[in-house]
Ligand binder design. Sequence first.
Ligand code: FAS
Ligand code: PHB
Length: 394
Amino acid sequence: MNAPKRTTVGIVGAGPAGLLLARLLHQAGVDCVVLETRDRPYVEQRQRAGVLEQSTVDVLRASGAGERLEREGLPHDGIELSWSGRRHRIDFPKLTGGKRVWVYAQTEVVKDLIKLQLADGAPLLFQATATGVTGADTASPTIHYTYEGEDRTLTCDYVVGCDGYHGVARQAIPESALTTYERVYPFSWFGILADVPPSSDELIYAHSPRGFALLSMRSHTVSRLYLQVPNGTDPNAWTDEQIWDELDARFAVDADWKLQRGPITQRAVLPLRSSVTEPMRWGRVLLAGDAAHIVPPTGAKGLNLAAADVTVLARAFIELHTTGDDSALAAYSDTCLRRVWRAEHFSYFMTSTLHSDPDQTAFDARLQLSQLDRIASSPHAAAELAENYVGVAL
Ligand code: FAS
Ligand code: PHB
């Protein structure tokens, strides 16, 4: 593909944030280019999120990427919490006035958006690595990148860093202008994909003295499960049988229920972190998605926050493009950070309530059980969890 030298909005990163932003801008006639350091198969196979809020589904539909989601996505009306041998279901529609979530993997969202963009979209360059962004405080910030073995530049009106936690766009903003708020957790998630039908129709979030476990799914025939492990755990140090035995122990329930086993086809360990970088804009460089904020996946917020950021940002660019009014663009960071901090708190709440921190005391563990009992006994406490899980309208 020929390498453009000039565009209105230069986007670094073809994850959900960059791809959805490019789609929304292209639909509105705003010129943009997406630069992605990895190749297409890598980006499409990278196992990550699995739960979409209704607002994320709605914007994907509006972007033209909803057709397969409608066909293959699984609408979910609840989740189950599991602890001390009991289960309690959180009924989303009953507690939130009819809202639900969808199970549709981030890999599929990315595939759908890439297919759309390559067929009829803005330039999307794979294996194009941004090495830096200069001129953030000028009218024409420039992305420096390598592509097909050559050093190149892309001069833009605006640059949007959709390049994740380790991206380069954030570095274009002076350290003195940024504040990063961070919490690193003393545990990680060991995630597996298994060729076995999910043992539950809905997700199960399990608290256990041995550590947290989550039962999720990718389809009616593929399960996605996670278990809390110490940081630095080697995913290849466990046999399949050891993984299933540990999951069995953590999902143990005083009822006739059995976790079905099957061949594990993928395994990875991911560290957990909460992080917010403020502001999400400096000059003509803006940050969206994981480039600006990270949440522990316990609240299923990461992908949904990225979609929410770029929905706000696309509207702001379209307003500037059609009316010349840049007020929405000026308000972008503040508009997004309210939702970001709400999601950060909820993700922290779910993580600290359900995980066994290696340094926690017996007192802390009893507080967790008290919180879970409260959610099971109070529709108000349950509604607070349900509203946050399906997505708070701010
Ligand atoms: P992404 O990280 O998805 O995309 C950034 C893109 O930028 C990548 O494709 C990267 O290759 C590219 N890039 C980086 N540097 C570049 C450069 N210099 N030049 C060009 N391109 C560059 N969320 C959940 O809700 N549930 C989960 O279970 C879950 N699991 C996760 C597991 C892992 C290992 C990680 C890292 C995240 C997980 N998340 C999960 C969160 C995840 O879903 C993110 O929230 C989501 O990917 C955010 O999307 P983006 O902001 O687009 O960032
Ligand atoms: C997933 O299916 O990958 C998933 C679901 C819910 C979470 C985290 C991950 O909270």
